[in-house]
Design a protein around this ligand. Structure first.
Ligand SMILES: [Fe+2]
Length: 240
């Protein structure tokens, strides 16, 4: 059994679907150098494809296709120059607000990856009043929503069973590797483990903004928990 896991681990989770590696457009990496440094280390750790997802939040990070795809081109150019063997794509992490709801209602094109996957996050303390409406609009527009790091939201701590309901509604759930290793807090680690036990994880993400997140992600990949994660059917590698 152990040798089976060891063999499988070499080719497990080769795609990362959540990070902030376009320089200076959100609270992620600030320079091209640090972006490349992190990408290089991810590649050395066995990551073959990185889908980086800058924040789009009208109030805080008013990004759009131009800032994200323009930034992507600069990073990709450097990757090619250096001959790094890693594929880089970009989508976005959409903050659930009235602006997102309006965009969906107006059928404005959104940045997605894979099979029309749409990564979204919400406020940390309170569940947005239009949560259900946004999810409905996402499906109506042909998107497949992926809820970023549900284990981190305060408002879900008292009602984790809401995640079962979301799964029934076909919303996919993405957990941060750092959560499973206790990077954020013991409460968040407990919730992430609970999700793992209840097979509520569809994607693992690094959510790397900087070197400390990278260290947590790489540390997680060396952990026993990571071995256990391999028994779940995660969807990351279907994006290769
Ligand atoms: Fe993020």
């Amino acid at each position: 059994m152990l040798s089976f896991l060891k063999k499988k681990s070499k080719s497990f989770l080769q795609v990362d679907i959540h990070s902030h590696l376009i320089p200076a457009i959100d609270d992620g990496v600030k320079t091209l150098e640090s972006s490349i440094d992190i990408i290089k280390q991810l590649s050395e750790a066995g990551i073959k494809k990185i889908i980086t997802t800058p924040h789009i939040a009208k109030e805080f990070y008013p990004n759009d296709q131009t800032t994200i795809l323009g930034g992507l081109e600069k990073v990709k150019k450097k990757i090619e120059e250096l001959g790094l063997r890693v594929e880089l794509e970009a989508a976005a992490e959409y903050y659930m607000d009235q602006h997102l709801l309006n965009k969906l209602r107006n059928n404005e094109p959104l940045l997605t990856f894979g099979n029309k996957y749409l990564l979204f996050e919400t406020a940390f303390l309170n569940k947005p009043p239009f949560f259900d409406e946004v999810i409905f609009e996402m499906f109506s527009n042909g998107y497949q929503p992926i809820f970023a790091h549900p284990e981190r939201y305060e408002y879900l701590a008292d009602q984790p069973e809401f995640l079962f309901e979301l799964k029934k509604r076909n919303v996919l759930l993405q957990v941060n590797a750092g959560s499973l290793i206790g990077y954020y807090s013991p409460r968040i680690k407990k919730m992430a483990k609970w999700m793992m036990k209840n097979e509520l994880i569809d994607f693992l993400g690094s959510d790397i903004h900087h070197e400390r997140h990278l260290s947590a992600f790489l540390k997680y990949r060396q952990s026993k928990d990571y071995q256990k994660l391999q028994t779940l059917r995660l969807l990351n590698d279907e994006l290769l």
